[in-house]
Write a new protein. Structure first.
Length: 508
């Protein structure tokens, strides 16, 4: 195994180390020690002891966690135990515990999970330390963990021999979490972000729901699906690309406000902003429109900033971003004209292709007017949108599920929030006219027949639901993974997914 920025070990060296650990394991068994007991009663956490030293001084505590360092100095040994709250120093002296405990400790390696009892004190250097009186092996590790060394504190802290190779970290996330505390903090923030959104919506009276992942017909987005087969029913099923059409069925059924955190799946390209499996939060509100939803979005996003940082100011990849509402609202075509000088309103297909060529934007022959406009926007405008902004009023052909604009022909009432040059969501005043919706679906079928494999199929059951009547409705979808990237200052979606999709490795 070899990692960049980490000491390389040949397979032979690693096998030798692993063999030595197995020999230690065997010795523990021969001593009558169970190296994998079923239970240990942990009573205290490392951080709580450190933060409340005066309360715990000269008191006995019981801790459990992973030994992250061992510094042997004759009869006295120091080590660092890490639990989910942080680290605390341990002090081992053979005169303080039994011969049996000492024998077990002598067979202990860095990375082993252990339980300890002992008295809390401070060293001469002021380090909060537990003087160990009882020692228990909880899990003997058979593989060595990378040893990450740190020197200094705060901004002056320097890390040596970091477990830094990206591919290895993504494949072996369990090791990444063991040795890189900041990675654990990223995922803890992810949980807090989701909880902040859930609290906001529940406080506003939304109902959290669940909808099917396996669907007989995919829809609700422009994407290629994953396909599977149900043996008992002998039918093709699709993993959902969006949960929109099912949530709208619930609005038809009489709920006024619903939301869902959903795993979605799209069989398409992978890059630092896209993974084939990802998390979306979608919500729908009856009797409201996209103006209401813009207000809700900026309030919810700014609440996340306050919940995480106590401020509207956040940092993302060296950029200072102000999340404080209200955010600007800029029509899509105006944003393109502002950046390129080209007015695309009312242009036909040939004119749009000519303008795209002039702007050095590549297009495909299968694309319609809306797709070309979207591509020009993506290349020429999107990277410029650093501070939060709502891009509104999109082309009709790009939005088969959105209501036509009340004032602007050829456009729909739709917006996307952009922050740090990336789209963070998608929202409409929802189309609730079943006849109009059928025509839009028919247009999508025509695009699919022309070769657009991301066009949506016609969903007869959804049309039937609309024929029973859906009230005026607005909806929002937010990509949770991308939102977490923003609030945790991570450059890649793989840094905010515990187990991102990767090609299989040849496991040895």
């Amino acid at each position: 195994m070899a990692e960049k920025n980490h000491r390389s070990e040949t397979a032979e060296e690693l096998n030798t180390v692993m063999q030595i650990r197995r020999e230690k394991l065997q010795k523990l068994v021969e001593m009558g020690v169970n190296p994998y007991p079923a239970h240990f009663e942990r009573k205290h956490m490392a951080r709580h002891i450190r933060d409340n030293f005066e309360k715990f001084e000269k008191k006995e505590v019981t801790l459990a966690g992973r030994l992250m360092s061992i510094r042997r100095m004759g009869k006295a040994t120091f080590g660092d135990l890490e639990d989910s709250s942080g680290r605390i120093q341990l002090y081992f002296n053979t005169k303080n515990y039994s011969e049996n405990d000492d024998a077990v400790f002598q067979l202990t390696d860095i990375g082993d999970l252990v339980g300890v009892k002992g008295e809390v004190a401070k060293t001469r250097t002021g380090e909060v330390t537990v003087s160990v009186s009882e020692f228990t092996m909880l899990s003997k590790t058979l593989r060595p963990i990378p040893i990450v060394k740190e020197k200094g504190e705060g901004e002056g802290k320097v890390t040596f021999d970091a477990f830094a190779d990206k591919e290895t970290r993504y494949r072996q996330r369990y090791v990444d979490l063991i040795v890189n505390r900041d990675v654990r903090e990223t995922f803890e923030k992810r949980s807090r972000i989701i909880q902040s959104m859930r609290d906001y919506l529940c406080d506003k009276g939304f109902l959290e729901v669940e909808t099917p992942i396996l669907q007989p017909l995919y829809g609700g987005a422009a994407a290629r699906p994953f396909t599977t087969h149900h043996n008992t029913l002998d039918m093709t099923l699709y993993m959902r690309i969006a949960n929109e059409l099912y949530l709208k069925r619930l609005i038809v059924g009489g709920y006024d406000a619903v939301f869902e955190f959903a795993k979605d799946f799209r069989n398409e390209g992978m890059d630092r902003f896209h993974n084939p499996e990802f998390t979306m939060m979608e919500l729908y509100v009856a009797y409201q429109d996209y103006h209401y939803m813009m207000d809700l979005t900026e309030q919810m996003f700014s609440k996340i900033a306050m919940d995480l940082f106590g401020s509207y100011q956040i940092d993302y990849q060296g950029q200072k971003i102000d999340m404080k509402p209200p955010w600007p609202r800029l029509p899509l075509l105006e944003s393109i004209e502002k950046e390129t000088g080209e007015n695309l309103f009312g242009r036909n297909l040939d004119e749009l292709r000519a303008i795209a060529k002039k702007l050095h934007v590549e297009t495909d022959e299968t694309w319609g007017e809306g797709k070309i406009i979207d591509e020009i926007f993506s290349e020429k405008v999107e990277p410029m949108l650093i501070q939060p902004v709502f891009i509104t009023d999109h082309p009709l052909s790009l939005s088969p599920l959105a209501k036509k604009h009340r004032e602007k022909s050829g456009l729909v009432e739709r917006f996307e929030p952009f922050i740090a040059g990336k789209e963070m969501g998608n929202a409409f005043t929802e189309l609730n006219d079943p006849i109009d919706q059928r025509e839009r679906f028919q247009t999508q079928v025509e695009l699919k027949n022309r070769g657009d494999d991301e066009a949506q199929p016609l969903d007869e059951d959804f049309l039937r639901a609309l024929e029973f009547g859906m009230p005026p409705t607005t909806g929002l979808g937010v990509g949770i993974d991308r939102l977490v990237m923003l609030f945790t200052d991570q450059p890649s979606i793989r840094d905010v997914l515990f187990f991102p999709q990767m090609r299989p490795e040849q496991y040895k």
